[in-house]
Write a protein that binds this ligand. Structure first.
Ligand SMILES: Nc1ncnc2c1ncn2[C@@H]1O[C@H](COP(=O)(O)OP(=O)(O)OP(=O)(O)O)[C@@H](O)[C@H]1O
Length: 631
């Protein structure tokens, strides 16, 4: 990314109705530009399972061939039996029919087993990589939850279908087609020539036609499905706000519009599919008729003509599997392109720990952070050098020429009005946004060069809009440090002012907090997120508005105890609106419009005219008034 390019942080979702009701904002992405190499990217991941896939392909070919041979042998048997020959002349054919009928079932079963075994192994790997890429994505993304979900589920299934529904049956059909022509040539070379033409029409021309007719519509389907997944998330999570603003109908109408378009596209795809299938049946019939005429003219005997006719019908049917494969391939293109895009993004999104356990699911489905194998110890100096961050090209920078030295063990607060750039600072430190100019280093190494699974163990804490999982209090806390014991949980909860509440709950640590902590008050949710950050205790602890939602007295107490609970030698970067409780910090920076306008210790700043002093006096007066009114 060049300096000045817009940077979009990870995990920040444009809030509220902005993204929902208006048709243009929620409109589906334009069809993904097709990547010619998308299939290659996905197939590269299948390499370790090539042997298994090859086996599945051969078994699929054996299944189809057994079916074809069964039809041909059964026809020969029936027609020969009509002439009442001695039974011993039919014995071999009778045994062959039985063997082929049983063999076909066995081949089909083992093919499914081998194919699914290979593909499910591969898909686990692909899903882990896609998940890791989504999780490790540090910049350039404003992907929405629903879209990410859609990538993780349906797009990844495209990779599975590419192998199971396109490559395996497609190559089996091609192989069996060749064998059928070879077999027919043994009876009558001219008839084999006609069969070859019929198979080329069914297996090459028709698939090409199907691809041509459905490509455009198919390319629109995947982004539309992604947009609908986003709609589903917005409509459920934003239901209360939409209702409050009377925007429910508009949002529903927009979503219905997209659903209608998707249905129309799918209908069109189905109609073209039926037409092509019908043409395929016609091609089969015409080819069989032509084979019969040519074979009769070539003087082939009656029984063998019958065998050729039925064999032709069966062979064309096998070749028509290529039409289905082509159709499927067309429909998979957009999904595959989206997966390939994600898997080939530049280094910053390099898959995290794909060789190890990625996103290990905990006891009730809370996903542990990658690499959260215990706290990292040791000093980690943080330095911002002339850092400029711009979210959109041409827009005013969120941070401009920002410098900060945060030696290991130092405690610094960043304060300032709303929109000053405080959270952007934290995002730059955690690698969620990348500076357009300047650099941010931790332990002397630029943030972007830290391995993605290591940085969160050095820098972390309570970030803006911390997520609370639909799990128990214990599980939410253990996310911070999976190996924490009961005493650690108690200490962290006490420091965050959550312990009394936990002890009051009948289920204690096992109290389920609801989706996004919906069964907690705003303050309890904040304390829970703070306790988790304190439990994680990274060497560089970022606390973005740790006391938001707490009343002044509780906020002071929680901030004091949280700072006291931070181990000596660990640095703290505290971001706050409130100026109370900052007296013990080593330095306070006042940000305005992305620039540092004041810096110093609390007692220096309150003594100087400026934003800090004004704000301090205002907050003091307001809080004194609040406390005076409080019962
Ligand atoms: N994801 C984003 N996309 C575009 N602009 C953004 C994004 N996040 C923040 N900004 C802009 O960057 C500027 C700084 O925002 P930031 O969230 O860092 O401010 P803040 O000081 O933390 O504000 P607050 O105290 O209200 O949380 C603001 O002008 C904001 O509109």
């Amino acid at each position: 990314m060049s300096a000045g390019d817009g940077v979009t942080p990870v995990g920040r979702v444009p809030a509220g109705p902005t993204s929902v009701p208006a048709e243009p904002s929620g409109a589906p992405e334009p069809p993904a530009p097709t990547r010619p190499d998308a299939e290659r990217v996905v197939l590269r991941l299948a390499r370790p399972y090539l042997g298994r896939l090859l086996g599945a392909g051969l078994l699929a070919a054996a299944t189809e061939f057994a079916g074809l041979a069964l039809m041909a042998t059964a026809t020969w048997l029936l027609m020969s039996a009509a002439g009442r020959p001695p039974l011993d002349r039919l014995t071999v054919a009778i045994v062959a029919v039985r063997a082929l009928a049983v063999g076909r079932g066995v081949f089909r079963y083992t093919e499914r087993l081998a194919g699914h075994d290979a593909v499910l192994r591969m898909i686990t790997d692909v899903r882990a990589r896609v998940f890791a890429a989504l999780a490790a994505r540090r910049e350039g993304t404003d992907r929405r939850t629903g879209d990410a979900l859609s990538r993780l589920v349906s797009d990844v299934e495209a990779a599975q279908d590419l192998l199971l529904r396109v490559l395996v049956p497609g190559s089996a059909a091609a192989l069996v087609g060749l064998l059928a022509v070879g077999g027919a040539a043994l009876i009558s070379p001219p008839a084999a020539g006609v069969l070859a033409v019929g198979l080329l029409v069914a297996g090459v021309a028709l698939p090409a036609l199907a691809t041509r007719l459905t490509r455009r519509a198919a390319d629109e389907v995947a982004p539309l499905r992604g947009a609908l997944a986003v709609d589903a998330v917005d409509l459920t999570h934003g239901a209360a706000d939409l209702a409050a603003f009377g925007a429910t109908d508009a949002a529903l109408a927009a979503a219905e519009g997209r659903a209608g378009r998707l249905a129309r596209l799918e209908r069109r795809l189905a109609a073209v599919g039926f037409a092509v299938d019908a043409t395929g049946v016609l091609v089969g019939g015409l080819t069989a008729a032509a084979v019969v005429v040519v074979a009769l003219r070539a003087g082939v005997g009656g029984v063998l003509v019958g065998v050729l006719a039925v064999g032709t019908l069966a062979a064309v049917e096998v070749a028509l599997a290529l039409v289905a494969a082509a159709r499927q391939r067309t429909q998979l293109r957009a999904g595959l392109a989206r997966v390939a895009d994600l898997l080939t993004e530049p280094a910053a999104t390099e898959p995290v720990g794909v060789t190890g356990p990625v996103g290990v699911t905990g006891p009730v489905g809370v996903t542990e952070p990658v690499g959260a194998a215990g706290p990292v110890t040791g000093g980690h100096d943080v330095r911002f050098e002339d850092v400029t961050i711009r979210y959109r090209a041409g827009a005013a920078p969120a941070l401009a020429g920002f410098d900060l030295d945060l030696p290991a063990g130092c405690r610094v607060a960043v304060v300032g009005p709303s929109g000053a750039g405080k959270s952007t600072l934290a995002a730059a430190l955690t690698g969620a946004v990348r500076p357009a100019a300047g650099r941010v280093t931790v332990g002397g190494v630029p943030v972007s060069e830290h391995p993605a699974d290591r940085l969160p163990r050095i820098v972390g804490g309570l970030l803006a809009e911390a997520y609370v999982f639909h799990a128990t209090v214990r599980e939410n806390l253990l996310l911070g440090r999976p190996d924490a014991g009961e005493a650690d949980l108690t200490d962290a909860a006490r420091a965050a002012g959550l312990l009394d509440w936990v002890r009051d709950q009948p289920e204690g640590w096992d109290t389920v907090v609801g989706e996004q902590g919906g069964q907690l008050s705003g303050g309890q949710r904040q304390r829970l997120a703070l306790a988790r950050a304190l439990l994680a205790a990274p060497p560089v602890l970022v606390l973005d508005e740790p006391t938001e939602g707490l009343d002044p007295a509780a906020a002071d107490a929680v901030l004091d105890s949280a700072l006291a609970a931070t181990p000596a030698g660990h640095s703290v970067l505290l971001i706050s609106h409130r100026l109370s409780g900052l007296a013990g910090l080593d330095e306070i920076l006042v940000l305005e419009g992305g620039r540092v306008v004041q810096r110093g210790r609390h007692e220096e700043l309150v003594a100087r005219p400026g934003w800090y002093r004004e704000q301090w006096l205002r907050q003091e007066a307001a809080e004194r008034g609040y406390l005076a009114l409080a019962p």
